[in-house]
Design a protein around this ligand. Sequence first.
Ligand SMILES: Nc1ncnc2c1ncn2[C@@H]1O[C@H](COP(=O)(O)OP(=O)(O)OP(=O)(O)O)[C@@H](O)[C@H]1O
Length: 710
Amino acid sequence: MELQQPGHQSYLHLIKKSREILVDLIGNINCLLENLMNCGYFSSEDLEIVLQFPTRADKVRKILDLVDSKGEDTAEFFIYVLYKVPEAYFDLTSWLTEIDFQPSEQIKSSPITNNDPVTLYSKKIKQELCCDSRFVRSYSQQEELMLQETYVNGVMELINEHQETMGRVNDLNSLFDDTGVVNEEGETTFIYGDAGMGKTLLIQKIQNIWAKGESYSEIKFFFKFRCRTFVFFNPNTQLTLKDLLFRYNCHPDHDPEEVFRYILKFPKTVMFTFDGFDEMHSTFDLNNIPEVSLPTDTAHPAALFMHLLSGKLLKGSRKILTARTGCQLSGKLVRKRIMLRGFGMDNLVEYTRLFFKEPSVNMRVLSHLKANHNFSSLCSIPLFCWIIFKSYEHFHSVNESHEFSSSFVTLTDIFLLLIEVYLKLSTKGTNISQVETYRKGKETLLLIGKLAYVGMEKSVFVFDHDTITSLNIPEHYLKLGFLRNNDCAENDSVEFFHVTLQSFFTALFLVIDSGSDTKELLKYFSHCAHSHQEDLSPNLFSCICAKKDKHGDPFTNNDHLQFVNLFLCGLLSKPKHLLLSQLVPSSILTLKRKALKQQLFKSVKIHLKNLPRSSFMGYSRVHALTHFIWMARCVCETQCEKVGNLVAKGICADYIKLSFCGASSSDCGAISFLLNQYQKQIALELDNNNINDFGVKELIPCYRKLTVVR
Ligand SMILES: Nc1ncnc2c1ncn2[C@@H]1O[C@H](COP(=O)(O)OP(=O)(O)OP(=O)(O)O)[C@@H](O)[C@H]1O
């Protein structure tokens, strides 16, 4: 294409010379006609003449003829429209660059209407996301929580390939910049953290700031998926990428083909968020991910998802994938790895300010947090912080002088409080005691507990209507706040508002159901004893083929089962005896408690005994796995020194290395509790975990037992 500079030639001449190119590449006629009409360059007769022609090419030819007949100004305006609406005329980008079009000052003052399908679709996604992300999905269903009034930044750290921290991410705009890149070829920003650390809320915040135009201005299309959605597709489902994007996010109102063509041509203008990779553990077999050679090929949606992650489809698009800690993603796919570490003290102060608007209550909660580091370390996990504050708010409204009675608050205490709050809200119960509330709520607790347990048995976290009716759960129980509608599955299915709550109800059911014997009670301990995750190959594609290898399901995350065990320990602890004896005979509680105590001893002993040892600085060093941390959490949840004493006897090592075990600050309290009961001195290595100042304080009580701390 040979073109001369416009300075040497008229625009009319330029259009004439490029006639063929323009006829070939101008697709959107409406946008041109509308602007030429609006600014008075074309009359309604001109419009009619153009529209008489049947084909697109003929229409363009006629427009060019008319422009030619009208003179230089119209020709300049014609090119100005092509230049100002690049989304509609993206095929002409290189032509426009080549002619180096420089609009005159006069033409620049002409208003241009941008009604092309790409821009309209981008606006539509923005509007939808703006509405969708304004509110946090409320747990109690009766209240609506504005994201803006509840979100505070948590601590985010960049992690390298050796799992070491490389500094903090302080700004959501830097999620895609060049700092902390672990693999230039990787395409995905992988954000991970423990349950309730705020992965989903972070994704919602990212959607919200994009939709409000506060960030990521180069992004035109934002597609959000929950990984769980891919589990719900029938294994035989075949979709094109276009269908996956447009059917499962909002649909373009105009010319979807043209919008998709734009997306394929400019993948850098597309952002994806995929939330909850750990939820992909599933029944379908991803063994043979079919190749897609063309973006128009069909494949199973999960295969399309994997090809998007790897960049085989829409290479260069931005992708954020979230998962629970421990869920592996191949290094090949990861560009940056970011770990969520929850709330630091500054974040907690801000969250408290947002949550408790009344200054005196705000001050009281803050001083409570500062005085009690067990309390503040639990609050460093945003989900637990919300539950604690929610319960505090409720009890404070009932009784102004309410304080958390014990200086040591366990997770079981918190969930018991939350359930009490919801039971009271439903009965509009006034000042009845916790014991009385539970006694009255026995039937509810048994039925909801049964639902949780039935699900846990089959790794089912979403319940359809048939399951609910088969368990005879009355409709109004679903509205108490424990369950919420599921937005991924079809039909009106429900899920627990958080999977930890399902774990809690499962434990409660195993404790209070008179039909559950001790064997049943303890069965999840053996499921958890050895986590497949810990010896997984880091390559996702080999993981996907794992069913044929001997690795097991790579997506299986057993945290939900570990939480069941933890809550069993809390519920069967002595301080909860009075409360639980409202729901089940005392003798049964005692029997179950004894069996649990023995199980804890056995679990720790077997775990440490079966691990390889090495000699280090004269010690026999054993590198314990995450399961050991869970055991420590369980022992601490009992709050019983006798149990701690017995279990500590199972510690058959004098040096325990707990590096890379995902221990958080609140775990330090648990480790301290357990080691304090150990009869001898012991060395402890805790580097590369998620421990902050709260955690260090929690360890203080066991310092006297430690010979080496690292
Ligand atoms: N940054 C935050 N600011 C305020 N509250 C938060 C924040 N992050 C999380 N929360 C609170 O914790 C709850 C749980 O957060 P979220 O669902 O995002 O956790 P998650 O990490 O996705 O958990 P899971 O892995 O179990 O799905 C939120 O509904 C909210 O109440």
